[in-house]
Design a protein around this ligand. Sequence first.
Ligand code: SAH
Length: 285
Amino acid sequence: MTTDLSLPKPEEVGAFYDATNDLMTQFLGGSTHYGYWTGPDDDSTFEQAADRLTDILTDKLGAGPGDRVLDVGCGQGRPGVRLATRTGAELTGISISARDVEVSNARAEREGCADRVRFQRADAMELPFADNSFDHVFALESIVCVPDRVQVLKQMARVVRPGGSIVLTDFTDRDVEANAQKKEGLAEVGESWHTAPLVTESDYPSFASAAGLEVVEVTDITQNTKYTEERFYGPLREYAANNDVPPEITQVLQIAPSPEELKAMSEGAPSVGVILVVLRNPAQD
Ligand code: SAH
């Protein structure tokens, strides 16, 4: 893992999502994460593909009715509300963005599950919950935004009960040599999105052991998520050409890949990818 890139600062990350997430969710099927397509012929909409990834992670979590689930980095609440509706679990979601929390709570009200789905503003680096207060932790594409992944995993390990699971996605460096060549470009992208340096698949066993967690699964899902950039940046760029967008989005778009590069990403093996990670808090004897 490289260390010479600037690390995201939670307050700035919150301000970024406050300013951008209303717009971004419109181009990401209501969530703020990658879509999951079955292959080049899968004509699922972004919304279907994004919900599919939520469901894949939810199924890995193994949550059932009445289980207490913590959703770390909840975005605008679509994944958390969907998880709670599909499983019958009680869900507490947190985001560092006040706007995310407002929109998420409004969604829970609207969908009639506010009695067991609540969202609050909090920093994943310092979770405001008692030890062992959740059965499971769900963190879809949020650990990429924190300055210290191991610190967040330690916090998750503290609040989840023994035997409970933690399911998350992260962004990976899948081609260390190719990415070393475009280090500055990747740093710029990371800064514009307020994300941390990429990890490699092989980092997770050591992250997990530093946090006292067991690795159940680390799976590279890039071949399913790689259609995302083309289907996100294309329409967003078209929208931004004809409408006012926040300056943060203008900056993101300025350094986004060209249409040709986006097409190559969908058709090839991108050097930056996505992993799905399942961890477990060891059961006590
Ligand atoms: N899980 C959501 C959102 C992913 S986007 C979804 O899949 O739709 C990243 C989310 O993490 C945003 O909601 C952002 O505000 C939140 N986040 C980033 N850093 C955080 C931190 N330090 N503490 C809490 N939330 C954070």
